[in-house]
Write a protein that binds this ligand. Structure first.
Ligand code: ADP
Ligand code: ZN
Length: 760
């Protein structure tokens, strides 16, 4: 710190000459505006928007790290402080990314500096994975020192070798070639016979992964040709064009992406493919690597230095195709030609910490900024995107049939209200499902079973006093995990040993209620002894590579029954799966969230899509207590369009998205009374503002405040309310107004979530 202060003093002394270039700097702090600094003459040629700089900040002139977002010759009115140093050799962000992040700051209600700092990966900021190396080149004849210095034989030998080089060479490499130490070369530099400079090089050379044997691409069918023609035309024309590709599971959407990307790469441009993290399966990756030689796969298990390496490689234009989860939307490509968002309906595209962006929405915006086509693909598009297509904002392309004339699987609903009660309590597998499983196994088929709940039993209840075991920090019941013999909170990770008896009344026999994947496992081994079954959930798949190994075992047929949480529902393509069973279709239905029907429909459609992909066909059994719910019976008929129409009608009546925009304001504090009062005060501030501007159209509605459905989380009491309006800008305006005169009390944390996906 002291050294940095000295640096500042030195600079202020040096910069007697007033600057003529000025830079806008933003900081990773809740500071709304940017600050103008003077650019010292010696930095003028080097400073570019997108670089980080060191500047004095505030009254104490403490050195701070900021992002340069613009430079100009316009002299500001007031006195400016000087930039102390440039931190990054090259800009970390492209002009398009600067524009995108600026929009994000406005839209998601945080500061530009916070957004920038969040989107640039640590590995790109710190340069981990880079090493500075000394490079040398010979000094040209005309610039040699006079009189010529005296050289040792070794030095002369090194110089002669160096003069044979046509470009700078690494000092260590030269030394090795000559058979001398690096000091010999350093002496040449000192004596003025060679020039040395340091340059960052990658510590590890990432070799492109060996390309797997590429299967010959299939010949496209007429539906695919029609869809591809539309995208091709957009690629040829250039310019922003958003497409929504609605194609049933197994209709050949990925094949379309691959062809469109081939065309984009042939134009000398790069393509960006966003997929949900869970779909970054070896199967998907192999398909991309099989077609393209330079693919970067950005998943969440990369180390900082690997991430930094890819970032630099992408920025240098060395990558053709980037396949990655949410944050890949910020890949610093310079010649982006196409963006694809696969499974665009997935809620994992929404980031749940600041900045709370939605990667699909950013993909569309980025395409607009870069003036390129963007393809959103799904078998079950989000209602937001479907509505956009209906309104003509996106061009709708559809693939209504599976490839190779394969039929959609037959889906049968098993009404659990009328199933003959099985012996004993809490059976996961109804007699109907059990029969179907036996038939499938007899015929040599494989089975997928979906149960979207981890653990053994979802709560532990005392039958005498009715108390359930709850988390110490959250207002939720603890899940019993039999594998590890613990009670676990799925919200905060708190765990404890199961008690011997009820902590309230001391009764010894607590009841294990609710059904999780571990209990299903027990039931399977009891009903199907000797049949190999494998559980797939975040508990059993903790180790790196566990996923890939499990799928491989299933593909080879060593595992007959694969069962687990939604992990098994996505993107798998196994021709021998002839039965899919859904243990409990209603789990998501009862979550207090206006999207619960949509999520239920999506999950059922996705899991049903895992069967019927081979010549043996396939069937699906869905166990439910609510067979008359549209999201369940329409999923059984594969009727997305009817579901979307019905659900959109419902949303319009209730004023929910996509007909309105939502903003969720969440307050949390350790003190329950304080947060309740504070949420009342904040909501009141909003109400007063609203009353004052009631005449101003369009309207904003305020819902709440109320305790959140999970009233206490990780030790914090929580209240929330929602703002609802047909106009996003009306919401933004209101937020700005209120925030300018509301300061939350100490100890209360307030967060603003624009377009929220999590309402718990
Ligand atoms: P989706 O992404 O819609 O689920 P995919 O593109 O993964 O569909 O295609 C499903 C399977 O069908 C893949 O194995 C793919 O190679 C194959 N496939 C795609 N298009 C064709 C086609 N026109 N003819 C034959 N097989 C195809
Ligand atoms: Zn908890």
């Amino acid at each position: 710190m002291k050294a940095q202060r000295d640096l500042f003093a030195q600079h202020t002394a040096l910069s007697a000459e007033p600057p003529s270039l000025f830079a806008e700097i933003v900081f990773n702090r809740p500071l709304e505006q940017s600050f103008t600094y003077g650019v010292p003459r010696h930095l003028e040629d080097r400073l570019q928007p997108g670089q980080r700089v060191q500047v004095p900040l505030g009254r104490g002139n403490r050195p701070a790290l900021g992002y340069c977002v613009a430079v100009s010759r316009n002299r500001p009115e007031c006195e400016v402080k000087p930039i102390l140093a440039i931190v990054d050799e090259k800009p970390l962000l492209t002009p398009a990314l600067l524009e995108l992040t600026r929009w994000m700051a406005d839209y998601y209600f945080c500061t530009w500096g916070q957004v920038l700092d969040a989107v640039v990966p640590a590995g790109a900021k710190t340069g981990v994975g880079l090493r500075q190396k000394l490079f040398v080149e010979a000094v040209p004849e005309t610039e040699l020192p006079i009189p010529p210095p005296r050289l040792t034989p070794r030095q002369r030998e090194a110089l002669e070798t160096l003069r044979l080089e046509t470009s700078p060479v690494e000092a260590a490499v030269l030394a090795q070639r000559v058979g001398c130490g690096v000091t010999v070369i350093q002496e040449l530099i000192r004596k003025g016979m060679a020039r040395g400079f340091r340059q960052d090089v990658e510590k590890v050379r990432f070799r492109p992964e060996p390309t797997p044997e590429a299967e010959p691409p299939p010949e496209l069918n007429t539906d695919q040709l029609r869809v591809l023609a539309a995208i091709s035309e957009a690629l040829l024309q250039g310019g922003f064009q958003p497409f929504l590709l609605h194609g049933v599971t197994g209709s050949g959407k990925t094949e379309i992406y691959l062809r469109a990307i081939e065309q984009c790469v042939a134009q000398g441009r790069e393509a960006l493919v966003l997929v949900p993290e869970i779909s970054l399966t070896p199967q998907t990756i192999r398909r991309f690597r099989g077609r393209f030689s330079r693919v970067a796969v950005l998943h969440s298990h990369l180390s900082d230095s690997e991430r930094g390496h890819y970032w630099r490689q992408i920025a240098a234009g060395e990558v053709q195709v980037i396949v990655g989860a949410r944050s890949a939307v910020f890949a610093p490509t310079r010649r982006l030609g196409l963006i694809v968002v696969d499974e665009e309906h997935e809620s994992s595209f929404k980031q749940e910490i600041t900045p709370r962006y939605h990667a699909r929405d950013l993909a569309v915006l980025r395409a607009k900024i870069e003036k390129i086509p963007v393809v959103l693909g799904s078998a079950t598009p989000s209602l937001e995107s479907w509505h956009n297509a209906q309104q003509g904002r996106y061009r709708l392309l559809s693939l209504p049939r599976r490839v190779l004339e394969l039929p959609m699987p037959i889906v049968q609903l098993v009404d659990l209200r009328h199933e003959p009660p099985a012996r004993g309590p809490y059976r996961a597998i109804s007699p109907t499902l059990e029969r179907a499983m036996r038939e499938t196994l007899d015929r040599g088929g494989q089975i997928l079973l979906l149960l979207n709940r981890r653990g053994f039993s979802t709560f532990l209840l005392c039958p005498a006093c009715g108390e359930a075991m709850k988390c110490r920090f959250c207002d939720v019941t603890l899940t019993y995990h039999r594998d590890r013999e613990v009670l676990l909170c799925h919200y905060c990770g708190y765990e404890q040993l199961p008690p011997d008896g009820c902590p309230h009344c001391g009764l010894r026999q607590m009841k294990f209620l609710g059904l999780g994947t571990e209990r299903l496992e027990a039931e399977l081994s009891q009903k199907f002894p000797g049949v190999s079954a494998l559980r797939m959930d975040s508990d059993s798949m903790r180790r790196a590579g566990a996923h890939a190994r499990a799928f491989e075992a299933f593909r080879r047929g060593e595992v007959r029954i694969l069962f687990g949480t939604q992990m098994i529902a996505k993107g798998l393509d196994f021709p021998n799966v002839t039965l899919v069973g859904v243990i409990h279709a209603d789990i998501a239905l009862h979550i207090p969230d206006f999207r619960s029907a949509e999520r239920t429909f999506q999950l059922l459609a996705q899991v049903a899509g895992r069967t019927g992909r081979g010549p043996a066909g396939g069937r699906v059994l869905v166990q439910t207590f609510n067979p008359e719910q549209p999201c369940i019976h329409l999923a059984a008929r594969h009727d997305y369009v009817a579901f979307a129409e019905a659900e959109l009608r419902h949303r319009r009546e209730l004023g929910y998205p996509p007909f309105t925009r939502l903003v969720r304001i969440l307050l949390r504090a350790k003190d329950g009374e304080l947060v309740r009062q504070e949420s009342d005060r904040l909501a009141e501030t909003f109400r007063q503002r609203l009353a004052r501007t009631a005449k101003r159209k369009p309207t904003v509605r305020l819902l709440g405040p109320a305790e959140t459905p999970v009233a206490r989380l990780k030790g914090y009491y929580r209240y929330h309310f929602q703002l609802q309006s047909p106009s996003a800008s009306a919401l933004h305006e209101l937020l700005r107004e209120v925030w300018s005169d509301f300061k939350p009390s100490r100890g209360v944390d307030v967060s603003v979530d624009v377009d929220p996906y999590n309402l718990l």
